[in-house]
Unconditional design. Sequence first.
Length: 359
Amino acid sequence: MSSSAIGSSISIREVTKRYGAFTAADRISLDIEPGEFVTLLGPSGSGKTTLLNLLAGFQSIDSGGIVVDGKPIHGVPVHKRGFGMVFQSYALFPNMTVAQNVAFPMRMAGVNRAESDRRVAETLDMMRLSEHASKQPSEMSGGQQQRVAIARAIVMRPKVVLMDEPLSALDRRLREEIQIEIRALHQAIGSTFLFVTHDQSEALTMSDRIAVMEQGKIVQVASPEEIYRRPRNRFVAGFVGESNLIEAEILRREGGALTLRTRTGHQFRAESRDEVTGRNVTVLVRPERLRLTDTSGPGTIPARVVSALFLGEVLRIEIELDSGELLLVRCPDRAGHALPAIGSVQHVSWGAEDGWVIA
């Protein structure tokens, strides 16, 4: 997070929101530090936008509470919470110029013209929009319009910035470019950012921490590295990145390391949390952690190639073990490294540090 954080602390405690018989937010608790960038990540209907709207004040809480900088915000109107908001739709005023759109919050707050002009110019420069100040939104690309929407949200230097899937309408290249810009912007201004997305790559790229949501609950909160490398359960493992889930039996426990055996008798080691119990477990091995060769060796398992795709920077290869289990391998494209033939026999292996026991 920013070393000069101006952001607010946020404490969400046992927050519940129901729509009839449907519980959109189910006793959610989450603490966010001043100046932190936290992403709510989950599929449609998981409750992430509902939680954002409860914090913004667009919807009312059924039970629980939200405290910002030590003060409850229940009953505080939206316009008095002082949050910056960036929506999925750009929500720009079509009859205003870029500069006028960005200046709008300053005008509503009664900021004098000289100060407003200074702030707007500074913010447009920060968002690389200075040369577009006199344009109408209709004269700009989608990426430029989204930059205007972000500029309007931060021009008042709010302590909290809320973003609801702001990049979903953009193409991949532009989305990745603006992800980097948002991350740099967060570090520059030091506000607390709460970002909503269903795109795991966005969450991994920008966040200090990620809160993964499922069916109205937060199922894991951790750094991007922890979420990806050590997911708490099958849902997190499957939703964040591509996964190989291997069924195995525990033979020995040595602290956080386990010796395991697959259904075909292959023995290997993997890391785990202390609370993993039971004899039969599921082991996560990410596709990029698998090593594939055309020769057998110690610790390798024979497998048949089911599919092989060239994706540019990586090769995506699906293999089938003798047990019938399918594994996905992703390896970087290398000079002289051809795609294996469909139906050919390869040998796959991984190290103890590459496996993670999730259940």
